[in-house]
Write a protein that binds this ligand. Structure first.
Ligand SMILES: Cc1cc2nc3c(=O)[nH]c(=O)nc-3n(C[C@H](O)[C@H](O)[C@H](O)COP(=O)(O)OP(=O)(O)OC[C@H]3O[C@@H](n4cnc5c(N)ncnc54)[C@H](O)[C@@H]3O)c2cc1C
Length: 390
């Protein structure tokens, strides 16, 4: 490689993990992280949890000294605007150009907004630390929040706002929170958890209008009901941050299209993390939006880039979500369409096995960390569900 080295575009977990992994693999050339944010690469899970609840402000993945020690250059507050894959250059927001030998795209996601909503103070989305702090500031004086969308982030925000003493209405067009990911049975247990904490959970209904004056004042549901609100949080999902790749020729289709090691359609260009759609032998292109997937991908991408032997891909994916005192954990690949066997339920905590074609494909626990982890080997082995159910 020439002196341009590896340029990583993105300032989050995927960028940091890629850089770390490169140094761990004894890559000694230049590494440059280019981020449109002013912060050191930081962790996002606490944004809807500890940061929102004002329990911490420190979310940096590593201190500045780490990057200095490892000779990793950070170009912060100067995002990438375009890439020229023939010239092997990236143009940044300030007009400067950076050459690369290998380029890694790690730009994450942009939260979706509801276009018909007016642009009023008090309407929030949550993806970065500034947005978390802004929501926290407003929550301090708020009486009632409407959270639109009961996916993981919506549910976590609802839980954190309740802990801050805010009344919360959680609005979800599906029959239950998390139903599209984990199925209705688990969704109902999650509804029960939130209701027990005083959240007004409204399922099977959407939001048709938001109104206010100098700030948001009320939300009208699709069934016509009007709810007063000081805060509206929109948690309806995100799309990959790939607009800056337009015209580059790099294939994008619900994320940057990659092979099973993160290679994109352009030579010497790779993609990783939430913005990347990696090829899976069985499922085709898959884009994962979970934390532990990032390190798993870095352990495959970096050796592929350096021409080293890669470890076998991780066979048991994992994610978690903290809601109140209940850690919801999923191992394997549970899907809403699987047969769900609830094997523990104490009225708050729960454990469920997911079965597909007679085989255990996943486990989801709420408040049962040890029992979730015990199922890993069965999932990895593709064991029959009867092994677990007896
Ligand atoms: C509020 C919240 C809570 C979460 N909680 C959990 C959880 O409990 N469990 C779990 O498994 N996962 C959780 N996740 C998901 C997890 O955080 C992500 O999977 C992880 O952050 C993905 O890392 P990434 O680097 O791909 O993307 P990101 O962390 O989003 O980083 C992308 C970075 O690229 C920057 N960028 C974008 N465009 C450009 C550009 N053109 N030029 C330069 N920089 C650019 C962005 O500003 C950002 O800094 C949560 C996510 C959020 C937002």
């Amino acid at each position: 490689m020439s002196t341009s080295g590896v340029v990583i575009v993105g300032g989050g977990l995927a960028a940091a993990r890629t850089a770390e992994q490169l140094r761990r693999a004894e890559f000694s050339g230049p590494i440059t992280i280019v981020s449109d944010e002013d912060h050191l690469p930081y962790d996002r899970p606490p944004l809807s949890k500890e940061v929102l609840r004002a329990e911490t402000d420190d979310v940096s993945l590593k201190p500045a000294e780490f990057y200095a020690e490892k000779d990793i250059t950070l170009l912060l507050g100067n995002g990438a605007r375009s890439v020229d894959t023939d010239a092997k250059t990236v143009t940044l927001a300030d007009g400067s150009t950076l050459g690369y030998d290998e380029l890694v795209i790690a730009t994450g996601l942009v939260p979706k907004r509801i276009r018909s909503f007016p642009d009023l103070p008090g309407i929030h989305v949550l993806r970065n630390v500034g947005q978390s702090l802004a929501l926290r500031r407003e929550a301090a004086d708020a009486r009632r929040a409407v959270v639109v969308g009961a996916g993981f982030i919506g549910c976590e925000v609802a839980a954190s706002l309740r802990r801050l003493g805010v009344d919360v209405v959680l609005v979800e067009p599906q029959p239950a929170p998390l139903a599209s990911v984990l199925g209705e049975k688990i969704g109902e247990l999650v509804t029960r958890l939130h209701r027990a904490e005083g959240v007004d959970v409204r399922c099977g209904v959407g939001v048709s209008e938001v109104s206010g004056d100098d700030r948001v004042r009320s939300v009208t549901l699709s069934d016509g009901e009007q709810i007063d609100a000081d805060i509206v949080v929109v948690g309806i999902g995100s799309h990959p941050a790939t607009d800056w790749l337009e015209g580059s020729g790099i294939a994008v289709d619900n994320g940057v299209v990659c092979d099973d090691a993160g290679r994109t359609s352009a030579p010497h260009v790779w993609a990783i993390g939430d913005c990347a759609s990696w090829r899976d032998e069985v499922k085709g292109q898959v884009r994962v939006e979970h934390w532990s997937n990032v390190a798993d991908q870095a352990r495959v991408l970096v050796p592929a880039m350096l021409g080293q032997d890669a470890p076998a891909a991780v066979s048991v994916p994992y994610f978690w979500s903290d809601q109140y005192d209940v850690k919801i954990q999923a191992l394997g690949e549970p899907e809403a369409t699987d047969t769900v066997h609830i094997v523990e339920d104490d009225g708050r905590k729960f454990l469920a096995y997911y079965e597909r074609d007679g085989v255990v494909v996943g486990v989801v626990g709420g408040g049962f960390p040890g029992k979730v982890m015990k199922v890993r080997a069965k999932i990895a082995a593709g064991a029959p569900i009867t092994d677990l159910l007896g």
